[in-house]
Design a protein around this ligand. Structure first.
Ligand code: GRF
Length: 183
């Protein structure tokens, strides 16, 4: 049997990227397993997927960095994946932390990426999976997917188009991490 990497997914909201990772992890040849889900928001709709798929989850609202330490150890976590996690995470001692961002970094760090891309009349936008460092949305890029911005594009249509690509990109990036660090 193949060795799998143990993931901890951090969420704050909807959890559609979480769901796409969970679904990929159910594939036999996928090199990772979701061991733990952590939310800083007790009302995150994404927590429903923890319940649905029977995955352990924790809600941590205070002293996040301090309180997550023993959880990471208890579940033998190898890689932390931020998926719509709306808090700046200061865990620089932890080896591999990934994030997904809805723009072609280094363009449009931070929030409201789609409107800013439209305002600047960009021809393309997309999404990026990158390593998390102490500087917001600035760690090394692992993978990106690009979409074309059409003539009548709105913030909403662009968001939907990019979100679809995110759901393909994050699992691809996890496979890449596995090949580079664990194979
Ligand atoms: C995604 O657009 C992701 O790129 C950004 O936050 C959003 C999270 O969506 N970081 P979801 O919670 O995964 O549905």
């Amino acid at each position: 049997m193949m060795h799998k990497i143990n993931l901890c997914i951090l969420i704050s909201g909807r959890g559609s990227n979480l769901l796409s990772i969970i679904k990929n992890c159910r594939k036999k040849d996928f090199p990772a397993k979701v061991k733990l889900i952590v939310s800083n928001n007790p009302k995150a709709p994404g927590l429903q997927y923890a319940k649905k798929y029977n995955i352990p989850f924790k809600v941590i609202t205070k002293n996040f960095e301090k309180n997550i330490v023993n959880k990471l150890a208890n579940y033998s976590i190898d890689v932390i994946c931020l998926a719509g996690f709306m808090k700046i995470l200061k865990l620089s001692w932890f080896n591999i932390i990934l994030n997904i961002h809805p723009s072609l970094l280094p363009k449009y760090k931070g929030l409201n990426t789609h409107q800013r891309a439209l305002n600047n009349k960009e021809k393309y936008s997309g999404c990026t999976v990158h390593y998390v460092t102490d500087k917001l949305d600035s760690g090394d890029i692992i993978l990106q997917r690009k979409v074309k911005i059409t003539k009548n594009e709105t913030k909403e249509s662009l968001e939907a188009k990019i979100l679809k690509e995110e759901h393909i990109l994050y699992p691809q990036a996890i496979r890449k991490i596995y090949k580079e660090h664990y194979n």
